[in-house]
Design a protein around this ligand. Structure first.
Ligand SMILES: Nc1ncnc2c1ncn2[C@@H]1O[C@H](COP(=O)(O)OP(=O)(O)OP(=O)(O)O)[C@@H](O)[C@H]1O
Ligand SMILES: [Mg+2]
Length: 703
């Protein structure tokens, strides 16, 4: 039943998407299959005329007529054949492959993102790719054409042979019946093999990709595991190849056996025809024509059986292809537009488990984030922070519970309309091999030509310097500027508020209304520490990559450090200028000075925007409105810095631990500077007691 459905989909695919080529190929094949019959009839007539001529019974004119007809037919047949082969190769195979690939890519792009976490789905995608690469679907279509168009030819050929003796077609057909069985068995085994080795193929291709990635190669060589990986790759490759070669050897044996039986059948046919001549049932001149007809029946029926036998095996991969395409059907999405600004985001008892993931990654989370709030998500590795953010954005849908925007369930919203309001910096952000301006403006690519805006956001993340010059990519300049502003003291940029607390320029002040979010790129009257003031720095020498240069060494463009890449990714978020900003570990690769400055800049600019920042740097939490502490998928604590410190729970422990680390190491000779991502250690939590000092000394000794 499933096979019939797959067959029907293949037929409709071809006749809908490439009707001309499909129709012509079918016609060409009808002729191809009538060819043996036509040739048999023409040559029989020729032999008969020749026999008559030899018997002195005239026939010279017939000989000329039939010879000319055979030659003309042969020329026409070959011209048509070469035309049809172009049609089949360029049309049925190549064009179909492009279209099938397009559908595959489209299905992958529509696939609900959570499905990419599903190993089984990824294996099916791999088999769907194999199906396209191995031309299985055009192969099945051509087999169907061959089979259907050959029926008329086969019947006429069988009838012609029947005319000599009814046993002849039976012997001829019986001598090639084994082709069906062998192809059926072998193709079925081929598909099972494909299923069995898909995992190994994926592993093999994955290891190969490591050798072509410059970052991996460096680590492999220095750490000395390139040899191990090369051996693993060879192992996977050999195991896949060995299984394939075993099947190929089996195929050769089966084909040899099939041909031997066919030859035996032919010899039986020859003996039978000789007996017919001896018995006077056919004349000696007809003997030749009879043998030609017998051999033709063997070929045509043998091919028919072989093609028929191949179909079930071929259909396996085709079914995987269509299953993947169907899998790629977009998840049911709501139709409601989120046209108003986001006033509230509510998570109501939200739980989620990854496909085949075992325990829940997020468990019964309920919280409300209001417009303009800055929320920090903290928690140990694997506590569910990233997953929660993905649920919040509808990247994954909750297994239980609801995510609501302005009171409307996310499921009822059109995702695209939500994403117009949101900017996301993921933990595994990417810098693309495109121009710098494109990299920055990707989320709002229509404005890529707005060079001033691109420069402005690059300036915000201190990436506006020239490459290779003394300024480098801004890090050094920021350091110098901050030093000069701070009078050369140890004060961190942006610190120095009253009471020693860090005062963030533009931070959420008391009594501040819900100020409309300002554009990230808009000029600020207030100078940002570390940023360029009027005449305060060298002219921006132009944006590298601006003139069309593609980033990345492999394209002859500049390469960046991880921190610089992260800053560019941040610039992308700034450029997008959305009211909801979500940053997952936005500064993990930045040096402490840059981290502090850029975070402060971000928070200042995010006034009026709803911002969610995941960070392991708890010091940041002093500057946000709400903190969610995640533990084992749940929200263990929720509140402001002051509230959570007063509660004395997990957050306080985390904060004290990080504060202590900075203080202790700073106290130690040659220790770390005070400021490393924790803006300023509050006096009340800064002291360490006697017991702590033992612990810390011990740690220092260890180091
Ligand atoms: N693709 C996945 N498939 C199955 N389980 C996953 C997947 N991604 C994450 N998990 C599991 O979900 C849990 C939460 O992961 P998550 O990435 O949300 O943690 P996190 O708090 O962001 O951690 P980190 O601080 O390391 O970024 C973990 O136990 C993790 O093993
Ligand atoms: Mg994470």
């Amino acid at each position: 039943m499933a096979s019939t459905k797959t067959l029907w989909r293949i037929i409709t695919f071809f006749f809908r998407k490439i009707p001309m080529e499909s129709a012509f190929s079918s016609l060409a094949y009808i002729l191809e299959h009538l060819h043996p019959t036509i040739m048999t009839l023409l040559s029989a007539a020729l032999f008969k005329a020749a026999g008559n001529c030899l018997a002195g019974d005239g026939g010279a004119t017939e000989i000329f007529t039939y010879s000319s007809a055979i030659i003309l037919y042969f020329v026409a047949y070959n011209i048509l054949r070469s035309f049809s082969s172009i049609c089949i190769n360029a049309g049925v195979y190549e064009k179909a492959m492009f279209l099938l690939k397009d559908d595959l890519a489209e299905a992958a792009s529509r696939l609900p993102l959570v499905r990419f976490e599903d190993g089984e789905m990824l294996a099916r995608r791999k088999r769907a790719q194999e199906c396209v690469q191995n031309d299985r679907i055009p192969g099945i279509f051509m087999l169907l054409i061959v089979l259907t168009t050959s029926v008329a030819g086969i019947l006429s050929l069988l009838a012609a042979l029947w005319a000599y003796h009814p046993l002849l077609p039976i012997i001829a057909a019986a001598s090639v019946a084994q082709f069906f069985l062998s192809h059926w068995l072998l193709e079925r085994e081929g598909y099972r093999l494909e299923e069995a080795v898909t995992g190994r193929k994926r592993q093999r291709d994955y290891i190969w990709s490591l050798f072509t990635s410059p970052g991996n190669v460096k680590e492999m060589r220095v750490m000395g595991f390139d040899g191990y990986l090369a051996d693993r790759w060879k192992e996977e490759r050999d195991s896949v190849n060995e299984a394939q070669w075993r099947l190929d050897r089996k195929k050769s044996r089966y084909h040899l056996l099939c041909d031997a039986v066919k030859t035996l059948g032919y010899l039986t046919g020859v003996a039978f025809c000789l007996w017919l001549v001896r018995e006077g049932m056919i004349s000696a001149p007809v003997f030749g024509a009879c043998l030609v007809a017998f051999a033709s029946v063997q070929d045509v029926v043998g091919n028919f059986f072989g093609s028929l036998g191949k179909i079930p095996g071929f259909l396996g991969l085709a079914a995987d292809y269509f299953a993947f395409i169907d899998d790629g059907a977009p998840e049911q999405e709501g139709l409601l537009e989120l046209s108003e600004p986001i006033r509230t985001i509510e998570l109501k008892d939200v739980s989620f488990r990854y496909p085949h993931g075992g325990k829940e990654a997020v468990k019964s989370v309920s919280l409300t984030i209001r417009q303009g709030e800055v929320v920090s998500l903290v928690g140990v590795n694997g506590s569910g922070k990233t997953t929660l953010v993905k649920l919040l954005l509808g990247i994954y849908l909750p297994e239980r519970g609801e995510v609501r925007y302005n009171g409307t369930d996310l499921r009822r919203l059109r995702k695209e309309s939500l994403y117009r309001h949101a900017a996301l910096l993921t933990q595994d952000f990417a810098l693309y091999n495109l121009t710098l301006a494109e990299n920055v403006a990707l989320a709002d690519i229509g404005r890529v030509g707005d060079r001033e805006r691109v420069r402005e956001v690059l300036r915000r993340v201190d990436m506006d310097g020239g490459l290779g010059g003394a300024e480098g990519w801004g890090g050094c300049r920021a350091l110098r500027e901050s030093e000069s502003q701070g009078g050369g003291g140890q004060e961190a940029p942006g610190s120095g508020g009253e009471n020693g607390d860090p005062e963030i320029p533009g931070s959420r002040g008391e009594g501040e209304g819900q100020e409309a979010p300002r554009s990230w790129g808009e000029g600020e009257s207030q100078e940002v520490p570390g940023s360029r003031g009027e005449n305060g720095g060298p002219e921006i020498p132009g944006i590298p990559g601006d003139s069309g240069g593609i980033l990345g060494r492999e394209f002859g463009g500049p390469a960046f450090s991880e921190g610089q890449k992260q800053r560019l990714a941040l610039a992308r978020v700034l450029f997008a200028d959305r009211e909801l900003v979500i940053l997952d570990e936005p500064t993990s690769a930045l040096d402490p000075l840059q981290e502090n400055r850029i975070l402060e800049e971000f928070l200042r600019l995010s006034r009026g925007r709803t911002t969610i920042i995941i960070s392991h740097r708890v010091g940041l939490c002093r500057q946000v409105d709400k903190i969610a502490v995640m533990q084992d998928g749940s929200i263990a604590e929720w509140g402001s810095h002051e509230q959570l410190m007063a509660e004395g729970g997990a957050y306080k422990n985390l904060y004290d631990m990080q504060s202590r680390w900075y203080t202790d190491t700073a106290d130690a000779p040659g220790g770390m500077p005070v400021e490393t991502g924790c803006p300023q250690k509050p006096a009340e939590t800064g002291g360490r007691n006697q017991d702590d000092s033992h612990e810390a000394d011990h740690e220092t000794d260890q180091i």
